[in-house]
Design a protein around this ligand. Structure first.
Ligand SMILES: [Zn+2]
Ligand SMILES: [Zn+2]
Length: 358
């Protein structure tokens, strides 16, 4: 049996332990993948800092691209788009493997599957330790939706697909029609910049990125935003850019309670606010119920995504790569042995996504 170097999370504020773990041969519907790269998502940083709870011991990292090493006897032979899958294919996969049968799977929420395996978030179980991206190998569970990656997409562009990009695809799907609409995007981190590009490609009339950091505002303009403003400019910009009524859609990607409180008043009648960023506990917020009713507003919460959103995400990256500088959003890269340096670099706000590759 081969072994795989893995960075193991034990508890917050403690260094990840680098040690070798046995690599199991895939059985049944499992697929063994060699990890080519894994980008550090905000939730990995929050886990390590203790801001959010995550099971331990575990291998963190879920924004993964890998290469198929071996398919179990009943593993899928086709990806989500129907393309044939085989050894050597470069793939990514949905963040949650789902059973297809439980209460939530039957309600089109496979990301909340009661029997789900969530990559980068699973406590060690014998033979199933390698479920995260911060290792040389990853064992995919039965029920994992895979997507074969087009050769033209470099690792830098495609690595965040199965969290950041697919979550933005799910958020825009929850927002309803985008073509010709006015869209506000709160927060220009990895998700916000991706959302600017996706809204622009879908034909939004106006894309307003709201972000305190001036460097990120400049990036937002390069990624498809028509306006990039500081938070205190939102009310005036939303009124001017919509010629009066307010914005059709606002995506809240920053997780800041204050951002929410500035966001819902700038929606037009019938507008939709999609909440994505608040994935850790925060203070309660004030909202007028009467305003939601009289202005026919819709509030949607979106956490993770379904496999169909991952397919949309990879298609988006194919179209957006070359048109927007998505490559510059990812980096620097570190070898797995230097995972501690990778986490340190990821805490620098200049780095939207730091990568670890083997
Ligand atoms: Zn993530
Ligand atoms: Zn299920």
């Amino acid at each position: 049996m081969n072994s795989s170097l893995a960075a193991i999370f034990h508890e917050p504020s403690q260094p990840l332990e680098l040690r070798n773990v046995a690599v199991p041969a895939p059985i049944g519907g499992e697929v063994l993948v060699r990890v080519l790269g894994c980008t550090l998502c905000g939730s990995d940083l929050h886990t390590v800092s203790g801001r959010r709870n995550s099971p331990a011991p575990s291998v963190l990292g879920h924004e993964i691209v890998g290469e198929i090493v071996e398919l179990g006897a009943s593993a899928p032979r086709h990806d989500l788009a129907g393309a044939e899958l085989g050894v050597g294919d470069r793939v990514t996969w949905a963040i949650v493997a789902s059973c297809g049968d439980c209460f939530y799977c039957q309600r089109e929420l496979p990301q909340k599957c009661l029997h789900g395996v969530k990559y980068g978030h699973e406590q060690f179980v014998a033979r199933r330790e390698l479920t995260g991206g911060l290792a040389e190998y990853c064992l995919l569970a039965p029920g994992t939706a895979l997507v074969k990656l087009p050769e033209e997409l470099p690792l830098e562009v495609v690595c965040p697909a199965n969290c950041a990009t697919a979550t933005v695809a799910a958020a825009l799907a929850a927002a309803g029609p985008i073509a010709g609409r006015t869209v506000g995007i709160l927060g220009a981190g990895m998700l916000g910049l991706t959302a600017c590009a996706m809204a622009q490609l879908r034909g939004a009339a106006v894309v307003i990125a709201v972000e305190p950091n001036t460097e990120r505002r400049e990036q937002a303009l390069r990624c498809g935003a028509t306006h990039a403003i500081a938070p205190d400019e939102l009310v005036a910009t939303a009124a001017a850019a919509s010629a009066g009524p307010g914005l059709d859609v606002v995506l809240e990607l920053s997780g800041a309670a204050a951002a929410f409180e500035t966001a819902w008043p700038v929606l037009c009648i019938g507008g939709t606010l999609v909440l994505v960023g608040a994935v850790f506990p925060g203070p309660p917020v004030a909202i007028s119920l009467e305003q939601i009713v009289r202005r026919n507003l819709t509030l949607r919460g979106v956490h993770n995504y379904a496999p169909k959103d991952l397919l949309v995400a990879v298609e988006f990256l194919k179209q957006a790569h070359g048109r927007f500088p998505l490559q510059e959003l990812v980096g620097p890269w570190y070898p797995l042995k230097e995972v501690a340096q990778a986490f340190a670099a990821a805490r620098n706000p200049r780095h939207l996504r730091v990568g670890v590759r083997n």
